[in-house]
Design a protein around this ligand. Sequence first.
Ligand SMILES: [Zn+2]
Length: 93
Amino acid sequence: MQMSTAFAATPVEQPRAFEGEMADSDRVIAFLRANKGNGFCDPCISLATGVESSNRVNQVARPLSLTKEYARRISDCKRCGRTREVTAMISRP
Ligand SMILES: [Zn+2]
């Protein structure tokens, strides 16, 4: 088998740690986007997205909530129904 070296160089290089972090936040963002307007607690987001722990979800969701598109507040979680700190993507009119 002949290995082509023409495409060996990739245009973008990402450090491993950063890549992992992106994957978790991408999963959380995709989940919240799919359930726009509904708030979910960290453990439920963790279970729904496969992000390994609710602590990890917290690390991702906290900075998200500082942006205009997301909110974090005490409310009923849409998944487990408990009243706790939930994160939601805000639905815009
Ligand atoms: Zn929940």
